[in-house]
Write a protein that binds this ligand. Structure first.
Ligand code: HEM
Ligand SMILES: [Ca+2]
Length: 730
């Protein structure tokens, strides 16, 4: 009570009267506050109920579509637009994420407030947190999903300072889930959705929808020259394309919505009408001479179970973001168990042409087999589910499994008493270090200009330890990297693949690129006996230029189907809430237009006149489109780098964070890193070292395999192709 008996005696009547008034007012305010809290609580509860209901409906609809689909089409055809197999964990997380997202959507609708406003309102924030923390219906559903690691869990791990965990947890001891598998992808810039939750952005004019990705692709990404084949790159071998993809598959995998039974999700009715489903964002388009359809299949990214009320739709990274060889070893104990063999080695399939990757026997594998002898063709299993996407990628997976097993043999020589676990852990650590070393020493040199390498501290030391680990840096792969910048590599994809014989002149088994996709034939064929010819092809032939031209193999016939990879890339940006290109220019401190039609302030941008016809406002440009159309910077060797300034900035920052935010960065001191004499051995390694050591019959190679050969050196000439001395592990 506001008024005490002392007040009653001492105050004048007038003063007392005002005090009584104040008291009544406060009482009323309290009642209102209570009511508001109650209202917030009941609306949030209602929103969650709607979320749960929507999630149940989604499963029902999936059953419905599965049933009508089964009758009409055969299974093989249905699987055509699914890109990779989907893990069980993905499906569980997707359900959780979808409930949360639907609850947010319902709450916005029920209250007429934006997520930002709701999270700024203590009543709603409290109600939201209460429901998440309490013993609600939501929690009962949540139990199934894995619990996250805590700092306490990290302390219990005996090897926490010497070896990485398989799922990346406890790399950062204060933030154990940073960079770990199945966590939300962090962002450089906040998401943009037209409803603030998950509806794709619209034009800056506030009303028009954005131009169809396919229309944009047909205008700016098409090959105009008569040959319909894109320009070759002068200086990079196809191995650099493979390395880019291999690296991408080490740092990010964004799961898309999956059907509980592993069936395809269909987003277009007979390739013509988009189907309205929460899982879909079918691409509407005008039929053209290459793609005679008006709807292109597109399944949305699965929403991440992000519990923050103030954030719109977020996406998941299903693998470890660290450069740690997760595509070789897997990102979960389940995967690791399948891939690990005995005595510290990785499982292989031993055939006459040497060791190959093991077969994927899950029944879920995604690959097309075209060989005449079924014994010779099979779907491979590896640490990343995308291993079968193309033979050049599959080859790098195989190469590092072979290297792991070779290292185990070498370590056993110098440490005969080591157990299988010790051999496995140390070999895995060395392989991860080699992948980091090749990426920074060879790949990034071609990717970036000198200026960018210096600006983001991407140069390696030639001796001594690196001491710049920073536990405040989040090493997570950013949405802008996965959804746009790192996809620059798609322009390098060639129109065909083949074998090259030992005269470096005669090709054979020339195969159109679209037929090699999801088809490991060129790699596993004839019991692996053609691997040498494949390696020769990959290290000799040029990539296509990293420019604005994309091959028909992926722009019209991706996976031999009716898909355009560049359209998918643009649509994925809208799906995942990427802000437009000009917002990224601003983020990167590059020039930014001052009005909707100030196109002149973007001098780096090629084809501006075409873009003006495609976008209402200069602020509408999709990041993927703007990034690809930028003029490229120069490398230290004087060649063109792969990137223009915006993508270079985004990727520069990312690689910086992958280095500084990794407690196990290979240049760090023991125990996270190596003894100094061991580190000097790892510093000598090149991709050519690994290729020479693990390719039967290969006797000569250029010093840097990602670049086209000037002179080839003998594999045994250690001046050019050094070897690791394992005596340093004694
Ligand atoms: C023949 C070669 C390749 C094929 C067939 C291919 C195909 C694909 C496909 C189908 C997607 C998913 C598209 C979507 O629905 O959003 C994708 C994603 C991606 N690609 Fe490629 N790609 C190839 C090479 C490369 C290369 C060389 C790089 C990098 C240098 C690269 C980087 C990426 C990245 C970063 C993603 C996003 C990954 C994720 O977040 O899950 N790709 N690629
Ligand atoms: Ca990784």
């Amino acid at each position: 009570n506001l008024i005490t008996s002392k007040d009653e005696q001492e105050l004048t009547e007038k003063e007392l009267e005002s005090l009584y008034k104040l008291e009544t007012l406060l009482d009323e305010r309290e009642i209102i506050n209570k009511e508001r809290k109650k209202k917030a609580k009941s609306l949030v509860l209602l929103a969650f109920e709607e979320g749960l209901e929507k999630s149940e409906k989604m499963v029902e609809r999936q059953t419905y579509y599965r049933n009508i689909g089964m009758g009409r089409r055969n299974k093989i055809k249905r699987k055509n637009n699914r890109l990779f197999k989907i893990s069980k964990m993905s499906i569980e997380k997707q359900e959780e994420g979808f409930i949360l997202l639907s609850a947010k959507k319902a709450l916005v609708k029920l209250t007429g407030k934006t997520l930002k406003e709701l999270s700024g309102d203590p009543d709603y924030r409290e109600a939201w947190d209460d429901i998440l923390a309490g013993s609600s219906i939501y929690l009962r559903r949540r139990k199934r999903s894995t619990k996250r690691a805590t700092t306490n869990d990290c302390q219990k791990l005996s090897s926490v300072n010497e070896y990485r965990t398989i799922d990346g947890t406890c790399n950062n001891l204060d933030k154990p889930n940073w960079g770990a598998a199945f966590t939300t992808q962090p962002r450089f810039i906040d998401e943009v959705y037209s409803d603030g939750v998950n509806t794709p952005r619209i034009s800056a004019d506030g009303k028009s929808t954005l131009t169809s990705p396919r229309t944009i692709s047909n205008s700016v990404f098409i090959i105009n020259n008569g040959k319909k084949v894109s320009k070759p790159e002068g200086f990079n071998s196809l191995m650099s394309l493979n390395w880019g993809q291999f690296l991408d598959h080490d740092i990010v995998l964004t799961p898309t919505f999956a059907e509980e039974h592993g069936e395809d999700i269909q987003c277009c009715e007979q390739d013509s009408i988009p189907i309205k489903r929460d899982e879909c964002l079918g691409i509407e388009m005008t039929p053209d001479e290459d793609l005679d359809i008006s709807c292109m299949e597109f399944v949305r990214s699965a929403p991440s179970p992000d519990t923050e009320l103030n954030a719109g739709n977020q996406v998941t990274n299903a693998i470890t973001s660290f450069i740690d060889g997760s595509m070789v070893y897997g990102s979960s104990e389940d995967e690791e168990r399948q891939l690990r063999g005995i005595g510290g080695k990785m499982v292989v399939k031993s055939v006459s042409g040497g060791d190959l990757l093991p077969e994927d026997t899950s029944g879920e594998a995604f690959c097309t087999l075209t060989g005449s002898n079924p014994v010779d063709d099979y779907c491979q299993n590896a640490g990343d589910i995308r291993v079968n996407v193309q033979p050049g990628l599959g080859h790098l997976h195989l190469l590092f499994v072979r290297e792991h097993n070779r290292i185990v043999g070498e370590l056993k020589n110098v440490q005969p008493s080591w157990t299988g676990d010790q051999l496995y852990n140390e070999a895995r650590k060395i392989v991860g270090a080699i992948i980091q070393h090749i990426t920074f020493n060879e790949y990034l040199e071609n990717l970036f200009s000198d200026e960018i390498l210096d600006k983001y501290g991407l140069r390696l030391l030639s001796e001594g330890y690196s001491r710049d680990y920073n536990k405040n840096i989040n090493p997570g792969t950013r949405v802008g990297v996965a959804t746009a910048a790192l996809r620059f590599g798609h322009t390098q994809i060639p129109h065909e693949m083949a074998y090259l014989s030992n005269d470096y002149n005669t090709t054979s088994s020339v195969t159109e690129m679209q037929s090699t996709l999801k088809n490991p034939h060129l790699l596993v064929n004839k019991a692996g006996s053609r691997i040498l010819d494949l390696v020769r092809y990959m290290t000799t032939l040029p990539t296509r230029a990293s420019d604005r031209e994309f091959e028909g193999a992926i722009r019209n016939h991706l996976f031999n189907g009716r898909l355009d990879l560049t359209s998918l890339n643009i649509q994925r940006g809208r799906d995942n809430g990427l802000p437009s290109y000009t917002a990224w220019r601003e983020f990167c401190d590059l020039s930014v237009p001052s009005s909707d039609d100030d196109w002149d302030s973007l001098p780096d941008l090629l084809n501006r006149w075409k873009l003006r016809q495609l976008y209402k406002s200069v602020h509408d440009i999709d990041l993927y489109v703007g990034g690809i159309l930028e003029r490229r910077m120069k490398t230290s060797a004087g060649d063109q780098s792969y990137l223009g300034p915006t993508f270079a900035c985004i990727l520069g920052k990312q690689f910086q964070q992958l280095k500084l935010g990794d407690r196990f960065w290979y240049e760090r001191p023991y125990p996270e890193g190596f003894r100094e004499d061991q580190l000097q051995e790892i510093r000598k390694v090149t991709l050519s070292t690994i290729l020479c050591a693990n390719t039967d019959g290969l006797t000569e190679l250029q010093t840097f395999a990602l670049r086209r050969p000037g002179r080839r050196r003998n594999c045994n000439d250690e001046r050019f192709i050094p070897k690791i001395d394992f005596n340093k592990w004694k």
